[in-house]
Design a protein around this ligand. Sequence first.
Ligand SMILES: Nc1nc2c(ncn2[C@@H]2O[C@H](COP(=O)(O)OP(=O)(O)OP(=O)(O)O)[C@@H](O)[C@H]2O)c(=O)[nH]1
Ligand SMILES: [Mg+2]
Length: 415
Amino acid sequence: MLFEEEDEVSLDELIEDIQIDNENIYISDSGKAIELIAQLVHNESNPKGNGLVQVKEKIKDLFQLMNDCDIPDMFEQQRKFEVLLERLSEWGTAGILRGKHVVSLGGRFSSGKSQFINAVTGMEDTLPVDQNPTTSVSSYIVHADVDEIEVNTKFGYSAKLSKEAMRALSHEFYNKYSIGFSSVLENIIIRTKKYEIDDSIVLLDTPGYSKADVDDNVRERTSDRQKAHDKLAITDYLIWLVDVTKGTITSEDLDFIRGLRLNNKILVVFTKADKRTPEAVQEVVRLAKETIWNAGIDCYAVTAYSSFEKKEYGENNIETFFSEVVRNKVSENDIIEQISILSADIQKMIVNEKKLSKRREKRYFEVLSDTKNITSVESIAKLWKYENIRLMKIDRVSDMFKKLVEELHQIINVQ
Ligand SMILES: Nc1nc2c(ncn2[C@@H]2O[C@H](COP(=O)(O)OP(=O)(O)OP(=O)(O)O)[C@@H](O)[C@H]2O)c(=O)[nH]1
Ligand SMILES: [Mg+2]
């Protein structure tokens, strides 16, 4: 008989065999795993983006100093500056972003973001799906002449990884070694030859913003949300994915999207459409359109898609969204311009504050020279002294700020 020999093998043994075949070398061989960790924590390459890390630190101190000398309205300026620096630092580690449109994928944990990217780019199984949420890291996907995976660590190091090593970074590694990598990795860059969308687009796969479904740890959940927020708030375009089997878009989703204060209209896609009948999908889409409209969110379209079938249900919104993106001006050129405008604005505010302070100091001095009353001399002298100290501080702030802007432009120029 043809299958006689196989009949001797139990099903369990067979499954075990298959698992061993599929086993990831970084999981089965702890030596390899340690090699991988070592490569990620420190390697021969020079750390990139360190200049910017320093600038970010200095900016924080500087705004603190401005606060100390009561320069008003700096809070909003600081926020704007930090967002711009964040964008800039994304470029630093990921030089690939220059001249490109960044389209981010956002949504709850397990909403189908990675699978969606695999499907629309034709990368098939490159991005790991079903990751452990504690180990997921933002990944940029970009068209290139080579298939290559690069990871950038928070310490400024980078390493090239095989597909296998990248998979090891996902949940199996965590399960075996209890080491999550999200705290070490800044981002992953996936260069791919197969890229079925316009190559001026870079996709950004972000970890799910909410692990509420699987995690009761409020602190972790908050930091995850923050992480997703920080990444998505600096994006040009957003595709927001919702699992169609979860019903409709939630008010938590809508609040989160609103909080991002994006400049461009978002595309909302209900994923896993193959899991529902076309009629049910249509109904979910119809309802969501209403909800989103009522929430006052600027939305390009609401649509549904199945990554398994590689098929959009209804109109061709995904394709037209991408074409629309490509037609727009690449906004990153604005970053440099925006930094220049904002720096000039802040500088102007500092100069203005200095003028006001000088005027006050002069006035105190005049009053001081005129007054005969000894008690008022004392209190005016105090004010005069305070204003003098403040003037010195503002001078220092002004010098420091000028130097920092120069430093920043130097970093931009060499990037
Ligand atoms: N039936 C069906 N299942 C899908 C589809 N897209 C994704 N899934 C499944 O949904 C699960 C989650 O998909 P992922 O792509 O990992 O989701 P994600 O949003 O990237 O998840 P996180 O990165 O962990 O937040 C996986 O088991 C996928 O196989 C789809 O179009 N149809
Ligand atoms: Mg994912």
